[in-house]
Structure formats: C-alpha cells, structure tokens
Design a protein around this ligand. Structure first.
Ligand code: ADP
Ligand code: MG
Length: 305
C-alpha cells in the first residue's frame, strides 16, 4: 500500500541520525504505525526529483529482511520517507544497552541480515551503508536492513564522507582506495566487510578498529582501515565465529564470500535445526525448543519495554 507522509501524525521522536530525524508516526486513516524519516538537508529541485523517482523503483524492494518504504514526499528541498516501523530499535541501541551479544544471538542476526543483503544483491542493489544503526529489530525476532535506498541514491550526488552518509567507519578499505588490490573493487562484498565489522562490534562491545576508550580523528581511522591488518575476533570466540569474521574482513574484496555463500557457513548453520540423522523431535525436545525461544523473546522484549 502507499502511505503519504502528509497523512500521518507524529507520536514521538525515535532518533537523530546523521541525515535528519526519525519519528514514530501514526497513519490518520488506518491508525497503523510507521517510522517517518525526514532528511533535513535542503536539496536542489532536480536532485529531489531524481531521488523521488529512484525511490519509486526502490519502493518495489520487498523482502522480510528489508525495511520497507511505503511512500515519500518532498517540500522545499526537504525529503520525507514513510518506513516500516521497527519497535526493537537498532543493533546500535542494543550494543549501547547491553554491551555485547552472545554468539547464538549474533548468528540469528547475521543470518537474517545476510538474507536481506542477498535479496538486495540479487536485485543488483548495493547497500553501501551497513552499520549497527541500520540493522533494525522487531520484538518477534525480526531483523531487517534499513536505509538501503537512501544511501545508494544519495551516494551519487554527494561525496562518500559527506555528512549524509554519516560515517565512513564501516566502509571497506577498497572504498577509500578503489585502485588497491588490483582494482578488484566489488560493491557487493564491500557490504560483506561492513556486516562482518558490525557483527564483530556486537561481539566485543566496541568499534573494532579502536581500543576501549580510544578516540581517533578521521585520517587516523581511515589509515588504520586501509593499512592495518583487519581486526581479529576475540580469542575466546568459537572457531566458527572466528572464521566467519575473518572471511568477511579480508582486505581483498574479491576474496570475501557473497551473502548467499555465507548463509551456508557453519557459524550460521550450527545453531539451526538439529543435525541431520535426528528423526522426528520428541515432545520434550519440542518443549525445550519452545522454552529457548520463549526465554529468548522474553529477554529480548525486556530490553525494549
Ligand atoms: P543513522 O542510521 O545514521 O544512525 P537514521 O536517521 O537512519 O540514522 O536513524 C536514527 C535512529 O532512528 C536509528 O538509530 C534508529 O534507532 C531509529 N530508526 C530509524 N529507522 C527506524 C525504523 N524504520 N523503525 C524504528 N526506528 C528507526
Ligand atoms: Mg539509518
């Protein structure tokens, strides 16, 4: 369905981003909840028109692992988007509140984010802005990728480190220097780097290129991303998680696996259904499975209530 930003009323402010504000809003006629993202930078009329046209194409991107866009409008150079409302906030909020996430939870997040990325990549869309604040959560274990359209469109009109895109911290080395690695630039696996870095951040509770409490200016950080070895997973991580992160964080973009390949990685599959060979689940196994998800949901909801 189509939802015009003008047909909604603000409920409350959800967050400030690099590009503007995000509000929780309610549709006047249906009472349904949405998120309204307002890009405050004033854009020239021609740029707005191009963005809205491309937005129309991107609105057709529909997948359970991608935050949907229901409508957009422009007024005096200010662009608004009506987005699917995700009541669990972002992975960035979770990191802030809880510091680190368990591998079981991370594998669940990784699997769903990879499904979203795989969908975008199959449709030849490169996200370009994967980071914890663009991985959104719902209270029924939904995990969805956000902001894919905005970043791809505006990237062509604005410099990569411009305030709109916000942070370059999760950008892969070859995006700073496309001629590195023999010009092996591959936009798709640039997203894989960013996802690996975001997951590693969730595992260790801090941005992986910086030591605890360390602050760095842009040139220093960019230098570290390009010329330091990639950050390593923690010593006590499982071999599967270590391998998963190491595969994502290879500096040569052509060496990084695609999203579809990573979906079969042991880190993702080891928490899935019981190993093959196990026949029908017994009643008690089913119950303990239910208990696991019950607790999972309870803990999850507790974080956001
Ligand atoms: P950034 O991703 O650069 O931090 P955004 O403007 O995209 O900034 O988002 C700001 C905050 O608003 C996010 O961190 C998130 O908590 C919240 N948010 C964004 N989109 C949604 C949405 N669709 N549903 C719920 N909350 C959202
Ligand atoms: Mg965002």
């Amino acid at each position: 369905e189509e939802v015009n930003p003008d047909d909604t009323v603000k409920v409350r402010l959800l967050g400030h981003g690099s590009s503007g504000k995000v509000y929780k809003v309610q549709h006047k006629r249906t009472n349904r909840l949405y998120a309204l993202k307002i890009i405050q930078d004033k854009h020239e009329a021609a740029v707005c028109k191009q963005i809205l046209t491309e937005m129309d194409i991107l609105r057709r991107a529909q997948n359970p692992y991608v935050v949907q866009c229901f409508g957009a409008s422009e007024k005096g150079g200010e662009i608004s988007f009506v987005l699917e409302y995700m009541d669990g906030g972002s992975l960035a909020d979770v990191i802030e509140a809880k510091k680190t996430l368990s591998e079981r939870y991370l594998a669940e997040v990784a699997k769903k984010a990879l499904k979203g990325l795989d969908y975008l990549h199959r449709n030849r869309i490169v996200h370009r802005d994967i980071k914890p604040s663009n991985i959104l959560l719902g209270r029924n274990q939904e995990v969805k990728i956000a902001d894919f359209g905005v970043s791809t469109i505006l990237a062509s009109t604005l410099a990569p480190c411009n305030t709109f895109v916000g942070t370059c911290a999760y950008m892969s080395p070859e995006r700073f220097d496309p001629d590195s690695h023999g010009g092996n630039y591959n936009g798709y696996t640039a997203d894989i780097w960013s996802l690996g870095l975001s997951l590693l951040e969730c595992a260790i509770g801090r941005f992986p290129f910086l030591l605890p409490g360390e602050k760095a200016d842009w040139p220093t950080l960019m230098f570290a991303i390009c010329y330091n070895p990639p950050p390593s997973p923690p010593e006590n991580a499982s071999p599967e998680f270590k391998d998963f992160v190491q595969q994502c964080l290879q500096k040569d973009p052509s060496q990084r696996p695609r999203a579809s390949t990573l979906l079969t990685h042991p880190f993702i599959t080891k928490f899935e259904a019981p190993p093959s060979g196990v026949k029908a689940q017994t009643h008690s196994q089913l119950q303990s499975g239910g208990r696991f998800w019950g607790n999972f949901t309870k803990a999850f909801n507790a974080m956001f209530s």
